[in-house]
Write a new protein. Structure first.
Length: 205
């Protein structure tokens, strides 16, 4: 798939991916995104929780948030996520690398209201802990008013992926130095209760 120039991966273009399925899978697995924007000529990058529903990325936060207020005005935004899959150790320091899956989403976000806003909040909660939305208390009118939710379309997005072993120079292949990959993954620990209630099924699973 030929991507527009501003979305095209230039450094190692063979690692670029532009299909919606690949990009969506990366966004779905990531727990945190980083949101880049400019206010009064100063760049900011803020980590936050997100969720994807179809061809839309949702962001949320307090109505007092400078980030949400600024993005709601329709400024250009860049959202990134990165999944680190492994540390790649080559025989030379120069060729050390990492295996990763990353995605970049560009565009302008729009504020949500009413049922669309509530559905987006449900998507965000379910993204973090599937099954939690129907178990916990729903947000009341005051809480909804204090929360801002934005929708960013995924029509300008790309992914970059590195997999596999290290790439050593030919002259380094016979060096007596260990080379390979140290796999990494995010693992959930045992839930820690504050009140002793039994774990709900979605946490036991």
């Amino acid at each position: 798939m030929r991507a527009p120039d501003h979305l095209r991966v230039r450094r190692h273009p063979e690692r670029g991916a532009y299909d919606r399925e690949t990009i969506g899978a990366i966004l779905d697995e990531a727990q945190i995104c980083h949101v880049g924007f400019v206010v009064d000529g100063r760049p900011f990058v803020i980590p936050t929780i997100h969720a994807r529903a179809g061809d839309v990325l949702y962001l949320h936060g307090s109505t007092a948030s400078r980030m949400l207020r600024t993005l709601g005005e329709g400024v250009d935004v860049c959202v990134t996520v990165t999944l680190l899959d492994g540390i790649v150790l080559a025989r030379s320091v120069y060729n050390h690398s990492m295996n990763y899956r990353s995605a970049v989403v560009l565009g302008r976000a729009r504020p949500l209201e009413g049922d669309e806003k509530l559905a987006a909040l449900e998507a965000i909660v379910e993204h973090v802990v599937p099954g939690r939305w129907s178990d916990a208390r729903q947000p009341n009118r005051t809480e909804l008013k204090a929360t801002s939710v934005l929708a960013l379309p995924l029509d300008q997005a790309s992914a970059k992926i590195r997999t596999g072993p290290p790439s050593d120079f030919d002259e380094d292949e016979n060096l007596p130095v260990w080379a390979g990959v140290i796999p990494l993954r995010l693992v959930a620990g045992a839930p820690e209760s504050v009140d002793g209630l039994p774990l709900p099924a979605y946490l036991r699973d």
